[in-house]
Design a protein around this ligand. Structure first.
Ligand SMILES: Cc1cc2nc3c(=O)[nH]c(=O)nc-3n(C[C@H](O)[C@H](O)[C@H](O)COP(=O)(O)OP(=O)(O)OC[C@H]3O[C@@H](n4cnc5c(N)ncnc54)[C@H](O)[C@@H]3O)c2cc1C
Length: 411
């Protein structure tokens, strides 16, 4: 690119969204990409992460799918947490018609490492916490970091997650206690380890899943996540993302649950549980600003874990942004057009998710107001959870979305 001025892009945040965007944008020779991450190293808190066909599509496009391995089960159970009664069994044929790799649950670190491996190393700057942005009109954006340094960029990608500098968050009361334990610890509980399962209670549920591909790992880990729906806020504490939780506290959330659940919870050693307070952010009307800033992933649509596919949404955002920048560059259009295209494609998609969530919520509230019968409520909940059409999410093929855009717009 000798003699040509590069367009500088600053990506804020090194989560799945920021890393995916860094990969996609680094492949465009007319861009100069830098990623700023507030932590001193790449890290991923949490336990497991679900990846479906939509994830494989975008990971393939990013060239990052090969390192991502995880556990997959031939069936998924939904149970009443108190009685253990199996309310639903969904079989997952080994070779899904959509993608032979099917849905997996992987250690979060596996995804993070697979993405990191594809990011050009010298473009990540650690210990760089963004504290302020200024619009300098046609000179771009000025970024100010906590260490008082400043840089200018032509484009800023806000991939700083749900705790984005742009959000006012609200504690939802819905907290997740998460842990990965050696599966061997649960050898005496085959009913727990042989399926992926949700055990539903009134004030919370427990989720059990493999997170490792046992053909490549002979010391596999197993995930236990307890979701507690009505936690009090601990001022100054729950504002963090991931704090250790004492065994006594976690066990107290499942005291009335089936013995097998409690036994599984008892296998966790003191100091192993992590507590993740759930926050909700605003449904933003605009995911771009100043013709130079694009928000992606949780920074644009903090879904608080709904759909269990947020990391994929964030990577898809980054890939579409790259396509939009590529298109406008090679057709001689301004950068602002790229941001507009990005928003035009992604905003309606997120709106569809919100509509889905609202519809389910409405249905559940209706059942709750009409009946106090827990089994009836659970039936509706499981029905909505499993059978409301979510193919637009899990089978989304982001490259087809782009092709459709090109076709519709006769590009
Ligand atoms: C309980 C729970 C379960 C979930 N389960 C799943 C699942 O199974 N599958 C799935 O796909 N998704 C799941 N999600 C959602 C998923 O975790 C998020 O959607 C995903 O991590 C979003 O990626 P991101 O890159 O947008 O943000 P994040 O992963 O939050 O990354 C943001 C990055 O920005 C950095 N950062 C923040 N502020 C600044 C700053 N000011 N300056 C510089 N850097 C900054 C952070 O350190 C971090 O590295 C779940 C979420 C929750 C809460």
């Amino acid at each position: 690119m000798v003699g040509q001025t590069l367009t500088s892009v600053a990506i804020i945040g090194g989560g799945p969204g920021g890393l995916g965007t860094a990969i996609a944008l680094s492949q465009l020779p007319f861009l100069e990409v830098t990623l700023y991450e507030k932590h001193s190293e790449s890290r991923e808190a949490g336990a497991g992460i679900s990846l479906s066909s939509n994830a494989w599509k975008v990971l393939d496009l990013l060239g990052a799918s090969k390192g991502v391995k995880g556990g997959s089960k031939s069936n998924t159970h939904q149970r009443n947490a108190y009685t253990g009664k199996i309310l639903s069994v969904v079989e997952h044929p080994e070779n899904s018609a959509v993608d032979q790799r099917g849905a997996i649950r992987a250690r979060r670190t596996r995804l993070q490492q697979a993405l990191l491996a594809e990011v050009p190393k010298d473009i990540i700057k650690y210990s760089k916490k963004l504290v302020h942005l200024d619009d300098l009109s046609d000179r771009g954006v000025r970024l100010t970091f906590e260490d008082k340094t400043e840089v200018l960029a032509d484009i800023v990608v806000g991939a700083d997650g749900i705790h984005s500098v742009k959000h006012k968050l609200r504690f939802t009361g819905n907290t997740a206690f998460r842990v990965l334990v050696p599966k061997s610890r649960l050898n005496s509980l085959p009913e727990i380890t042989s399926t992926t399962a949700w055990w539903w209670g009134k004030a919370g549920h427990v989720y059990f899943s493999d997170v490792d591909d046992e053909t490549e790992n002979n010391n596999p880990l197993f995930e236990i996540t307890i979701r507690s729906y009505h936690e009090p806020e601990i001022p100054g504490k729950t504002v963090g993302w991931g704090i250790p939780a004492a065994n006594e506290k976690v066990a107290s959330r499942v005291t009335e649950f089936d013995r097998r659940v409690r036994d599984a919870v008892d296998t966790v050693e003191e100091g192993e549980w992590w507590e993740f307070a759930g926050f909700a952010g605003p449904r933003l009307d605009h995911i771009t600003a100043w013709d130079k800033v694009a928000l992606i992933g949780d920074a644009s649509h903090p879904l608080s874990g709904a759909f269990g596919s947020g990391a994929t949404f964030a990577m898809e955002d980054g890939w579409i942004l790259a396509r939009a920048l590529e298109l406008t560059h090679f057709t001689g259009r301004p950068l602002s057009d790229a941001l507009e295209i990005f928003s035009q494609i992604r905003s309606p998609y997120y709106n569809r998710m919100y509509e889905h969530l609202d519809k389910v919520q409405e249905k559940l509230q209706k059942v709750q107001s009409e009946s106090t019968n827990f089994d009836e409520f659970l039936e509706t909940k499981i029905d909505s959870f499993l059978y409301e059409d979510k193919d637009f999410i899990y089978k989304n093929d982001i490259s087809r979305v782009w092709d459709a855009y090109l076709e519709e717009n006769e590009v």
